[in-house]
Design a protein around this ligand. Structure first.
Ligand code: SF4
Length: 232
């Protein structure tokens, strides 16, 4: 008689987990499996104030900048899906006769990042379910350059987002610390940088006569608005 594996528990997730997982899966481990203390930095606080200022400026921005002519704005919209086991607070929802358009603000000068894209796709899926309206396009508003980047909510992007959600739950259930990101530059602004450096120093054997391994020496904690340079 074959024994089937136990069902994967429906671990409730936040939309920002998708963004963090794509940035570095280890962040999910450090948030869910082995939570380490995180402090609210000055920049996180000032970033929140920037968000409030953005809300104010957004009210003055013309919808035509989004390629839309009329509609209303809803700020900080809480969205949740029992079906997906996912929830989050979207920065802005444009409700127009042409449809619903989720918008996320990102404080990055490096252009739209892939993790921001899948976070937005997840919000689009939640909005679609909540308002029973198809959502075909969302926008990333890149604050430093005041750039509005449209993102198509394609079938393949939705499918990939579902895979990411499943992968996050699998990671949490397995409880094994993933390897570091393969893009070391991401560690520079990561709030877990010092923890990772300490962990790898302890877990890697030191060969006598050779310098301690680990390409990222422990540095003073660096303030940053989030592990990936964005707030939410
Ligand atoms: S410091 Fe680097 S490896 Fe560690 S969680 Fe952050 S991004 Fe991932």
């Amino acid at each position: 008689m074959s024994t089937s594996p136990p069902p994967v528990a429906r671990i409730p997730l936040r939309v920002s987990d998708i963004k963090q997982y794509v940035y570095c899966p280890r962040i999910i481990y450090l948030q869910y499996v082995l939570p380490v203390p995180r402090r609210t930095s000055f920049k996180m606080e000032s970033g929140r104030e920037e968000h409030l200022e953005l809300d104010r400026l957004e009210k003055r921005r013309l919808l035509v900048e989004y390629g839309l002519d009329k509609g209303e704005r809803q700020f900080h919209v809480r969205l949740a899906s029992e079906r997906l086991g996912l929830e989050g607070i979207l920065d802005l929802l444009l409700v127009t006769p042409k449809g619903y358009f989720p918008v996320e603000y990102k404080f990055t000068s490096r252009g739209p990042a892939i993790n921001h894209k899948y976070q937005l796709v997840a919000y689009a899926m939640l909005a679609e379910e909540a308002f029973v309206q198809p959502v075909r396009t969302g926008f990333l508003y890149l604050v430093p350059g005041k750039m509005i980047q449209p993102v198509e909510i394609t079938a393949s992007a939705r499918a990939h987002t579902l895979k990411l959600i499943a992968a996050i739950r699998h990671l949490v259930q397995a409880g094994t610390m993933p390897d570091r990101t393969r893009t070391p530059g991401r560690c520079r602004d990561c709030e877990f940088r010092n923890y990772c450096a300490d962990h790898d120093r302890v877990s890697r054997p030191h060969v006598p006569g050779l310098p301690m391994r680990g390409p990222w020496p422990r540095l003073p904690a660096r303030d940053g608005p989030g592990a990936d340079g964005s707030l939410g």
